[in-house]
Design a protein around this ligand. Sequence first.
Ligand code: FES
Length: 307
Amino acid sequence: MTHSSLLHHASAAAGRLLPDPAGPGRILRAVDRIERFSAADRLLESVRRAVRAVPLGRARDGLHGRWLGHPVHPLMVQLPLGSWLSAAVLDAVPGQRRAARTLIATGLLAAGPAAVAGWVDWAELHRQQMRVGVVHAAANVTAVALYAGSLTARLRGREALGRALGLAGLGVVGVGGALGGHLAYRQASGANHAEHVPHLVSPGWHPVAALAELPEGRPVRREIDGVAVAVVREDASTVHVLAERCSHLAGPLSEGTVTDGCLRCPWHGSVFRLSDGWNVEGPATAPQPAFDTRVVDGRVEARLRTS
Ligand code: FES
């Protein structure tokens, strides 16, 4: 086969997998099919309920990454992934068997906590995200099993089998990682869904509503510069304005409930302080953009708070 025909075959093979201007490639079509696969939804709902029922208390917010301001699961997976990748490199270096074994064991130990954080996030996702997420988890469980087999084989002196299982594990965890990337970037799970607000709302005061038309203790939806906001009149003269789309997954806060100076999202229960938008309870890891308010001639005005 000539050099040019080799190149032609290689680019044709890549073209079957990768997207081209005419539409999505095979990989994307396959993942899109996972998003649409609804046959196991009842089972997923049962798993979701089971994950939510685990009595984690305040640790649940810690596992979501509220303390960090974004999900902690992607950070935690660095340790198993880095350990296993490094083990694969050491497998190619003579005299590094023991170090490779140590790295594989380290990855196995670190995979557990990373998985717990992942499941806690998973239980608060949209249906399509849950479908992809469960395949992502299945790939990672398979990788853990392969690495456990790899470690066992190495400890029994079956080095070649151990290396083969390790390589297989690395390939499978790569698939799991790619699905995790799809979840994070294409399906925007874990992203801050209120991040756009400061880019769209112009500086200065904006009219919101007549004070008299706002009910006390119940959120109302209005718009500022085309951006939806949730307006809450707390008492006769105090009005709070927060961005309306929840930072977690864009739930409608104007349909939420007001309690103890906070607004609870109707979708997954994140709680935001009305006075400044702080996310006092997850799963939201980012606060809600908040507005200063004033009343001029009986009309409420709001200005995006920048600090
Ligand atoms: S959208 Fe999930 S808590 Fe608001």
